[in-house]
Design a protein around this ligand. Structure first.
Ligand SMILES: [Zn+2]
Ligand SMILES: [Zn+2]
Length: 221
């Protein structure tokens, strides 16, 4: 299954529930933030890390689903092209501590658009695996939390900057692509098959209520 299809599956699974309980963008970003906190707890306390990672992926898609057909995967392809680091352009990332701003590729590669989450994980491991191993798991978790503040900053910019709808969608797609990339980095560092974890928890309906679409009430999540 392509990552795009996986995202659409999760949108279908949780849209009904999320429209009721998480109607605002900030509520969804908060929901993602709590999910990352749960992941940190699971890592520290030897909990179910696979489930917590799968939940972070589901919550990233929940934020994306606040928008109308957000082009998240297109921006994943533009920001993270196959075979090279988007910042230093090396096959195995050798970025300095402070990275320069990335240059987005203009056309998204059609083959990469059909990549499964597993293919994404493999590619990201080849490019960023060594650097992330050197910098450690704590660094990846910090970077994932930092993405939340970037999402919130973007939310606060909306009324100030009067961005066009397309520009707004692009900026949120880019931030969510980064969030997904750091989630993948953590799964790779822990040698967890992220796609298998997502399918296990969400492939056959909601892992909690077992319905598709989910019928969990607020107390259940
Ligand atoms: Zn690099
Ligand atoms: Zn449910």
């Amino acid at each position: 299954m392509s990552l795009q299809d996986l995202m659409i599956h999760l949108w279908g699974l949780y849209e009904r529930r999320n429209r009721i309980f998480l109607p605002s963008l900030s509520a969804r970003i908060n929901f993602l933030n709590v999910g990352i906190g749960n992941l940190q707890d699971a890592i520290r306390k030897n909990g179910d890390v696979e489930k917590a990672l799968a939940s972070v992926v589901a919550r990233i898609f929940c934020v994306a689903n606040h928008f109308w057909k957000l082009p998240l995967i297109d921006f994943m392809v533009r920001k993270y092209p196959a075979g090279i680091c988007t910042y230093c352009h090396k096959g195995s990332c050798q970025c300095p501590e402070r990275r320069i701003d990335p240059v987005l590729i203009s056309d998204s590669d059609s083959e990469q658009l059909s990549w499964s989450l597993r293919e994404w994980c493999k590619s990201m491991k080849e490019i960023y695996g060594k650097r992330n191993e050197l910098k450690g798991l704590e660094n990846c978790l910090n970077r994932l939390f930092k993405e939340i503040s970037e999402l919130l900053q973007l939310t606060m910019k909306i009324p100030e900057n009067d961005l066009s709808l397309t520009k707004m969608e692009e900026e949120f797609s880019l931030e969510l692509a980064d969030t997904l990339a750091w989630t993948i980095a953590i799964a790779n560092l822990l040698n967890i098959d992220l796609e298998a974890a997502v399918i296990k928890n969400y492939g056959n309906g909601c892992h909690n209520c077992h319905n598709d679409p989910c019928e969990c009430t607020q107390s259940a999540f």
